[in-house]
Design a protein around this ligand. Structure first.
Ligand code: GRF
Length: 206
């Protein structure tokens, strides 16, 4: 499976995928490229250290969003990916790309969707909202990407206990360690080995 990973930040989810491929927990898979919208993303450094083609493409480099969207889609197509993995990617995916890659784009979100998701719920804000609501359990979700924000068919979820003395930072780290870095590699391995299909907006395991 040729996977293209889109990132914006530290790249710890990218690292988890790279490590899982190296350790054989993801089979039949190759990361063919990494695209970031943030030239300072440490994720680009992680990719470079592993000899993976890594590029930066930012909406700021274009006169308008339509121009970026076209350049982004052309760049994505140039890798001929079988699967696009959004790993902490904070740019809205163009509608044309959703259409062209229907059920071939997955996203990792740091909550149990449908809680604490949608526009504005990203990064620490997700965990601040969970703590503000006082939930006792949170977690992470891998879902296929559709036209909405965090609304596509759910592929995997993993729960994480919220502790009384949690801060947004401590909760974010535990959700990453105990959930995100586990279910994102597992989701990719399932797809790479033909174990999932999407029917009527629901994921089925073969
Ligand atoms: C984190 O908030 C993570 O929960 C979410 O994206 C952000 C950056 O993750 N998935 P990463 O370290 O860049 O993978």
């Amino acid at each position: 499976l040729r996977i293209l990973v889109c990132v914006s930040g530290g790249g710890t989810n990218l690292q988890a995928v790279m490590d899982a491929i190296r350790d054989g927990r993801i089979t039949n898979t190759e990361i063919v490229g990494v695209i970031s919208n943030n030239k300072n993303a440490y994720a680009l450094t992680r990719a470079g250290q592993s000899g993976i083609d890594a590029v930066c493409l930012s909406p700021r480099d274009f006169p308008d969003r339509a121009a970026f969207n076209q350049a982004f889609l052309d760049k994505v197509d140039s890798y001929s990916p079988d699967l696009i993995v959004l790993a902490g990617f904070l740019v809205t995916i163009p509608a044309a790309m959703i259409e062209n890659y229907r059920n071939r784009i997955i996203n990792i979100h740091p909550s149990l969707i449908p809680s604490f998701c949608g526009v504005g719920f990203y990064g620490l804000k997700v965990h601040e909202a969970a703590l503000a609501r006082g939930v006792k359990v949170t977690g992470a979700t891998v879902h296929f990407v559709d036209e909405g924000t965090d609304t596509g068919p759910i592929l995997l979820q993993k729960s994480v206990e919220v502790l009384e003395d949690d801060t947004p930072e401590s909760l974010q780290l535990r959700v990453m360690e105990e959930a995100e870095w586990q279910i994102l590699p597992r989701a990719i391995d399932l797809i790479a080995n033909g174990k999932v299909s999407v029917t009527d907006g629901k994921v089925r395991y073969k």
